[in-house]
Design a protein around this ligand. Structure first.
Ligand SMILES: Cc1cc2nc3c(=O)[nH]c(=O)nc-3n(C[C@H](O)[C@H](O)[C@H](O)COP(=O)(O)OP(=O)(O)OC[C@H]3O[C@@H](n4cnc5c(N)ncnc54)[C@H](O)[C@@H]3O)c2cc1C
Length: 485
């Protein structure tokens, strides 16, 4: 799967195979490190780990180990480092850029057993968790204290805090609250050679280089974060949620620009387009969105009750001026969840449209949303493919999702070509190649669109500080030079 130039071969060929067999001496040492029950080497069981949620690329690892704590991760890392075997961290595997795949062979270190909440400290509004804790489990543990963990990826019932750290994940409410990096104050990290370090800690501003900031978003290439200290925030006192229905996608994006430009800051501004609405309404997730609408916009405000009403009224007016044919308001928590349903279940519903789904992720300046979406629609028409848009509109973070059938080689080729063109359109509009799903294996080939050769060299240098041997999640993020460095 790796060409002579060191670039991963194009992604949409799903042949799955185990790369080499791990020497039995290494396997034995891994068993000694974590116990035989927690080492998987049976090829059938390894298939579970052959892909993440971006199923375009599949490749099973040589083995999987499931340690239970920092000490065991450290032992595993030492074994692999000594034998020169790549180590690939993996949380829940909900990633959408192929980040948790052993694309250059090696051993996946799964964090599913590292799921303990170690401390909730309401007085200081912080918590310390093992990396395999699920995002929603952390908020559930903080809820009795009136607190929650703010970054809320739509996958939050499944994805891990470690995965969120590695991807610097966002989510619908990150428009107001900010993404993961804003909430991580300390990390216990096992480096690729097995050494353990604490980065950051209780004092928010460590008097040194911001190593926590550097690690967040490092996509598993700097080591494995085993414990994470997070900042918690109060659960908002009240919310106001609106669903605005538009004839066209352009009207919906104009409403978004208008809401922000009048000075409002909603907690969330999320759009689904007509193809998505149709998929949702035809599924078990039907949310009552009108299927003839061009787009639906969910607007949510939260915070102290006083003042929210005025903000919601002003946002509704912005939607009407932009051409909304109707604006619904949630009058109860039940109605609020119903308005959100069409947005939250969109990815699941797309499974109805075709056997395969390529979830794209790019960010553009908010003011360019209307124009960029029109160009994406033109690309879809030209390549005769179906694109369904569901996205964090307030952040300018697009998800043009392409549904297709990979058994059709011609369609698969058209999807690849259209994908490249969409990336270029976003970059040309002043945007970038990922908003929240990371570069992983999937977007590595697009890095030269946004970084100069000198800048890529800086990235390689930073990676080398943490991982001089290039054994930690190789084949991800930074394109290799000719000759393999
Ligand atoms: C339906 C759906 C909706 C989604 N919605 C959003 C969204 O709204 N916002 C968003 O940002 N993302 C979203 N995602 C993408 C994905 O859920 C996030 O990227 C998430 O953070 C991945 O977490 P994970 O535990 O599944 O990590 P994995 O997929 O297992 O791994 C992701 C990356 O993190 C690394 N990694 C995992 N654990 C560790 C660790 N402990 N230490 C170091 N590196 C580690 C892996 O090597 C890999 O590179 C969505 C995905 C799906 C399927």
């Amino acid at each position: 799967m790796v060409s002579s130039a060191g670039e991963p071969q194009i992604l949409l060929h799903p042949r799955s195979r185990v790369v080499n067999i791990l020497p039995s001496a290494v396997l034995q040492e891994l068993i000694l490190a974590v116990g035989s029950e927690w080492v998987i080497s049976d090829p059938d069981r390894l298939l579970v780990y052959e892909a993440d949620a971006q199923t375009a690329q599949k490749l099973a690892p040589q083995a999987v180990v499931l340690p239970s704590d920092t000490e065991e991760v450290s032992r595993v890392a030492r074994v692999l480092h000594r034998h020169g075997v790549p180590i690939v961290p993996r949380g829940a595997g909900t990633g959408l850029s192929g980040g948790a795949l052993a694309i250059e062979g090696g051993v996946v270190v799964g964090t599913s057993r590292m799921n303990r909440i170690l401390e909730v400290d309401p007085e200081n509004r912080r918590a310390v968790v093992q990396c395999g804790v699920l995002n929603t489990d952390l908020s559930a543990a903080a809820a009795p204290f009136g607190l929650h963990y703010a970054p809320d990826p739509s996958s939050q019932t499944a994805c891990t805090i470690g995965g969120n750290v590695a991807e610097n994940s966002g989510g619908p409410h990150c428009l107001k609250y900010g993404v993961t990096s804003r909430y991580i104050t300390g990390l216990r990290v096992v480096l690729p050679d097995g050494e353990t370090v604490w980065l950051g800690g209780q004092a928010r501003e460590a008097p040194s280089f911001d190593l926590v900031g550097l690690f967040v978003g490092s996509e598993g290439c700097f080591g494995l974060a085993t414990e994470v200290e997070v900042a918690l925030v109060p659960v908002p006192e009240a919310t106001r949620t609106l669903l605005a229905i538009f004839e066209t996608l352009g009207d919906a994006t104009r409403a978004v620009t208008s809401i922000i430009s009048v000075g409002l800051l909603p907690a969330a501004l999320e759009i689904v387009d007509q193809n998505t609405i149709k998929a949702v309404e035809a599924s078990i997730f039907a949310a009552g969105y009108p299927t003839d609408a061009g787009a639906a916009l969910v607007v949510e405000f939260d915070g102290i009750d006083a003042g929210l009403e005025l903000e919601a009224e002003e946002a509704a007016r912005c939607c009407e001026v932009a051409g909304a044919r109707g604006v619904r308001r949630a009058e109860s928590e039940e109605e609020r969840l119903a308005l959100w349903k069409g947005r939250k279940k969109a990815f699941g519903a797309m499974g109805r449209l075709a056997p395969d789904l390529l979830v794209q992720d790019a960010t553009v300046p908010r003011s360019r949303l209307t124009e960029v979406l029109a160009r994406i629609s033109e690309v879809a028409e030209r390549y005769d493919i179906q694109v369904a848009n569901v996205f964090h509109a307030g952040d300018g973070n697009l998800h043009p999702n392409i549904v297709f059938d990979r058994r059709d080689p011609d369609e698969t080729r058209r999807v690849e070509d259209a994908s490249k063109e969409i990336m270029r359109i976003c970059v040309d509009a002043g945007g970038t190649i990922t908003g929240e799903h990371g570069v992983g294996a999937d977007k590595r080939k697009y890095m030269p669109l946004v970084f100069s050769p000198q800048e890529l060299e800086v990235l390689r240098g930073v990676r080398g500080v943490f991982d001089p041997e290039g054994l930690c999640n190789p084949g991800k993020v930074v394109p290799e030079l000719e000759g393999g460095r």
